[in-house]
Design a protein around this ligand. Structure first.
Ligand code: BES
Ligand code: MN
Ligand code: ZN
Length: 501
């Protein structure tokens, strides 16, 4: 993985060299009043601000080279806007904005003064700022061998966050860096090309979590065949000779012994050609990201283990490649899922739901979870419905819905409730089997969710259709590459808020 931004916490002082960043709020009061800076530089800052119309607006900056009276190379006054109204996610985003400004200036190393005395910056806010800075510095460049261009370049390597209580900030910083690592892992898995990351290689990445105390089990095709997972195995059939399917199970037992776990299940189609119902060529390369759900589950398990979450959590990822081949599954085939229900394949491109059918059934029958949440880049239809800003949320449980919506608001990884119902369910009945795997164009995201629900018994369950948010996303304050690692922060918040007390 590309080297992450090195963030350290240090006591608040006025550095004697290098690049210093201080914050200014919308009243132009500075985060550095207590330090000697005020006396030495306030006139300079006032004049420069007036000359450049800098008013402390969030995200704007005043860049002073070799400021007179200070022994710094560069003093950057960074606008925070209404600093007292900021939520924790605003602090994350501010850190991202600030790091991007430093990248724009080509700065390699900087100290940022987040002193509490006047601006009232708490240690957890400083740690949130550090998280955002780190996430904004993630790039995916390991396959570039030529000099990188200037656009979107990352110069920043090291950031010292100066606070009143570095020890306390470090404590919060521990869980924030666990989140950063989980998000980075998810991003990296999604960005990796499909020739490099097949089902077996993905399962190897899951196995690495055992270093953090996660119990990892990987089922191969023979194991899954014995369990009767005909739905999942049918999808990977075209690649069986070379890139066999896997099911990786990650268990983190950080909660009360014997307490029922919560289960996260991810769609891990390492590449989706559509199979025999092959996709058109345009943008097919994007389908390397069709394992975005699995990447999120893996990143989340990393985060939870790294920060030693006080919860029992199961992460399951169904890893397959969907390829045309002489041995590939055909439209018209009827497969038998682990649940015993039969499925008529009418479109081999509706493969994600087949993978999840067996993965969900395995999760619920084997682990008897308190609840299950699956994530999948499941349908183009959800992108038509919601665009690229919200994931579609389908659930059989009102409380679960409300909690996920709340975590979405808190983290900025937003989810929007969508309907389920019998009128949609009957669309997927089949002439020849228990159900078909595609209900056609109308309500495509909903009929896909109905399909999944046929593999969920009484347990509270939510399905997140992340096709619109998992990749090909717009850049944000904290995400500058092809994907943001959607879902890790959302579900980490969900676990922390409701399952660790
Ligand atoms: N992986 C795709 C869905 C997708 C499309 C995700 C675009 C991200 C961006 C999924 O496997 C798929 O092909 N779905 C079909 C279902 C249809 C055949 C019923 C779709 O959405 O067209
Ligand atoms: Mn498909
Ligand atoms: Zn797919």
């Amino acid at each position: 993985m590309a080297d992450a931004l090195n963030v350290t916490f240090a006591p608040a002082t006025l550095p004697k060299n290098g690049v210093l960043v201080i914050l200014a709020d919308e009243k132009m009061s500075l985060s550095a009043h207590g330090a000697a800076l005020e006396k030495k530089a306030s006139r300079l800052i006032k004049h420069a601000a007036a000359a450049t119309k800098f008013t402390g607006k969030r995200g704007s900056a005043l860049n002073l080279m070799m400021p007179r009276g200070l022994r710094l190379e560069q003093l950057i006054v960074f606008g925070a806007g209404k600093i007292h109204d900021m939520t924790m996610t605003d602090w994350v985003n501010l850190g991202g904005k600030c790091a991007s400004k430093l990248n724009e200036y080509g700065v390699a190393q900087a100290s940022v003064l987040l002193e509490a005395s006047t601006a009232d910056i708490a240690s957890d806010q400083a740690a949130a700022f550090a998280l955002g800075a780190r996430l904004a510095c993630y790039r995916f460049e390991s396959f570039k061998t030529k000099t990188r261009g200037k656009e979107n370049a990352r110069s920043l390597k090291k950031l010292v966050v100066m606070v009143d209580d570095p020890l306390e900030a470090k404590k919060f910083g521990g869980s924030f860096s666990a989140v950063a690592e989980g998000v980075e892992l998810a991003r990296e898995l999604i960005n990796l090309p499909p020739n490099i990351l097949g089902p077996i290689e993905f399962a190897d990445e899951c196995a690495k979590l055992s270093k953090l105390g996660v119990k990892v089990t990987v089922l191969n095709e023979k194991d899954m065949s014995k369990l009767g997972m005909g739905a999942l195995l049918g999808v990977g059939q075209g690649s069986a000779a070379t890139r066999g399917s896997r099911l990786a199970i990650m268990e983190w037992n950080g909660g009360t012994k014997g307490k029922k776990p919560i289960g996260f299940v991810g769609k891990g189609v390492v590449f989706d050609t559509g199979g025999i119902s092959i996709k058109p060529g345009a943008s097919m390369e994007d389908m390397k990201g069709d394992m975005g759900g699995a990447a999120c589950v893996t990143g989340l398990m990393h985060t939870l283990a790294k920060r030693k979450a006080k919860a029992n959590v199961i992460g399951i990822v169904g890893l397959v490649e969907n390829m045309p081949d002489g041995n590939a599954q055909r439209p018209g085939d009827i497969v038998t899922s682990m649940s015993g229900q039969t499925i008529e394949i009418v479109n081999t491109d509706a493969e994600g739901r087949l993978v999840l059918a067996d993965a969900l059934w395995y999760c619920q029958s084997r682990y008897k979870p308190e609840l299950m949440i699956d994530l999948a880049t499941l349908t183009g239809a959800v992108m038509v419905a919601l665009g690229q800003d919200y994931a579609g949320l389908f659930s059989n449980n009102e409380q679960l819905t409300q909690r996920l919506v709340a975590s979405g608001k808190a983290t900025g990884e937003k989810v929007w409730p969508m309907p389920l119902g019998d009128e949609y369910d009957k669309i997927i009945n089949s002439k020849f089997a228990d159900m078909v795997n595609s209900g056609g164009r109308y309500g495509g995201a909903i009929t896909a969710a109905q399909f999944l629900q046929r593999f969920v018994n009484k347990v509270p369950w939510a399905h997140l259709d992340i096709a619109g948010v998992a990749f090909g996303t717009k850049a944000s304050d904290i995400s500058k590459t092809w994907n943001a690692g959607f879902g890790v922060r959302l579900l980490n918040d969900f676990v922390a808020e409701h399952y660790e007390h």
